[in-house]
Design a protein around this ligand. Sequence first.
Ligand code: B4P
Length: 183
Amino acid sequence: MKKSRLLFLGPPGAGKGTQAERICGSAGLLHLSTGDLLRAEVAAETDLGKSAAAVMQKGELVSDELVLAIVESSLVKTSKGWILDGFPRTVSQAISLEKLLEKLNQQIEAVISLELNDDLLLERLLLRGRSDDNEDVIRHRIEVYKNKTAPLIDHYNKQDLLKSVQADGTIDAITDRIESILS
Ligand code: B4P
């Protein structure tokens, strides 16, 4: 049976959002992107969005508490499989997620780690040009990834869940690499 409870991990610009959207579309999974959900809160000018906006513009991580609240409210509502895209981003978020999934009687089936070098990350994000995609902020986000998120690679490797995918090449080629791991 195909794996249907997945985490997408990787540095900013590796293509987590791009690939998660495609895999969810073809497999009928729920796509839960903490970045997209936070940007929606910012656009709607909610209290949560107001606290997140400045943090995101600096390329820092939004507090674990805020992000966890968003994820929990979405996961309790669904009985479908899911891809968590960009969450967890810290070991502490990973531990909170494990507790939440235990409560929901669900399990992570695979963690897809998208790998790409810094030059290509920078090139892709400068081309995208979102409001937090300027060179200084991107370099800071890459540093934050290395310090706070990359330790998750070891965390999930120890649980035998980690699947590394080279994230260079065309979008189609990368989707094929991911699908072959999941089948
Ligand atoms: P995210 O929204 O998660 O965004 P990202 O890491 O910048 O991008 P992603 O890897 O999804 O790349 P994409 O597919 O878009 O995070 C933004 C901010 O939100 C964070 O800095 C943080 O402040 C906050 N946040 C989010 N989650 C959080 C959490 N759990 N805890 C705390 N804070 C959190 O691809 C990038 C570009 O590359 C696109 O333009 C795409 O078209 C292009 N691209 C993709 N694949 C390509 C390919 N193969 N070839 C060429 N271009 C490609």
